[in-house]
Design a protein around this ligand. Structure first.
Ligand SMILES: [Zn+2]
Length: 290
């Protein structure tokens, strides 16, 4: 029997709120092939310094938060799109004491397979009682045949995945889009971060004087892109813009010292960034039993 490490859930307190990280699993990132703008030997050196592998195993984290009467899940993992190392979100949700029927709202940071793949499982909407919220720019881009036909064939899969996973939600009339930074629910704000995708969005959650930012794909390979935020990845729709946004937000996060919840930093992905040389260093939240 193949045994996988699936860490399930981790509850984190932000003021009066409980934010639960749910593990979907991991995805391997071939850093020798898909990083952009690095000097020769640089990614190898940064990985070596961080004791990390070339075939970097990035966590896929989702986040669950109850705001008022609404149970909200942020991102849905990879579903059946990326093999046995991922697609474990519902097991993790169950382990945390909830079922998929309990979810009222699904928020997407963006439409990429490792965030939206879990929306449809076995042809059914995976969260049957939920409304899906997504940035209008991502919705318009990834569900457009016209846009799909403009990119190289090897990049068209992301569009097909989007149509297969978000399309049924749209057909069922269960999609709500947002266009600007706004308070979507009491204490939860969208924060547009165009670059990684055109509608890439962070979610800012506040409780009392505390603040946490769900920062989606601010990095895919933390040991490389925190140390040198100028390094991008071929998955970025607009890599130059992704670099600008990453640098901007990391600076604010280090200056203001707010919490981050990162989708691809090792589970559970709660922590802070501090300035370190020309880049940043991740400081994980201390382990707590809750
Ligand atoms: Zn992405």
């Amino acid at each position: 029997m193949e045994r996988l490490n699936i860490p399930a859930f981790y509850q984190f307190r932000l003021g009066n709120l409980e934010i639960i990280a749910l593990s979907d699993g991991t995805v391997k990132i071939p850093t020798d092939k898909i990083m952009l703008f690095a000097q020769s030997g640089e990614t190898e050196a940064l990985l070596h310094a961080a004791f990390a592998k070339t075939d970097y195993e990035a966590s896929i984290n989702s986040f669950l938060v109850k705001l008022g009467e609404k149970l909200i899940i942020i991102d849905t993992g990879a579903g059946d799109l990326m093999g046995p190392g991922s697609g474990h979100l519902l097991e993790s949700l169950n382990a945390a004491g909830y079922t998929s029927e309990d979810i009222d709202v699904v928020l997407l940071t963006h439409i990429h397979g490792d965030h939206s793949g879990g929306l449809v499982i076995d042809g059914q909407l995976a969260f049957p009682n939920a409304t899906l919220y997504v940035n209008q720019n991502d919705f318009d881009y990834w569900l457009s045949e016209e846009q799909m036909n403009r990119v190289k064939p090897e990049r068209q899969k992301s569009f097909r995945n989007a149509m297969a996973k978000v399309g049924p939600w749209a057909d069922a009339g269960k999609v709500k889009t947002f266009t600007k930074d706004e308070e979507l629910f009491p204490g939860l704000f969208s924060w547009a971060q165009p670059g990684h995708t055109l509608g890439h969005t962070y979610f800012v959650i506040t409780s009392g004087s505390e603040k946490l930012v769900v920062c989606a794909d601010i990095v895919h390979v933390a040991p490389i892109q925190l140390a040198n935020p100028e390094i991008a990845i071929t998955l970025d729709v607009d890599p130059e813009a992704a670099v600008i946004k990453r640098k901007e937000v990391l600076k604010i996060a280090a200056d203001e010292r707010f919490w981050l919840a990162a989708n691809h930093i090792s589970f559970p992905g709660f922590g802070h960034v501090i300035k370190a040389g020309a880049g940043y260093q991740w400081v994980s939240a201390d382990y707590s039993t809750g």
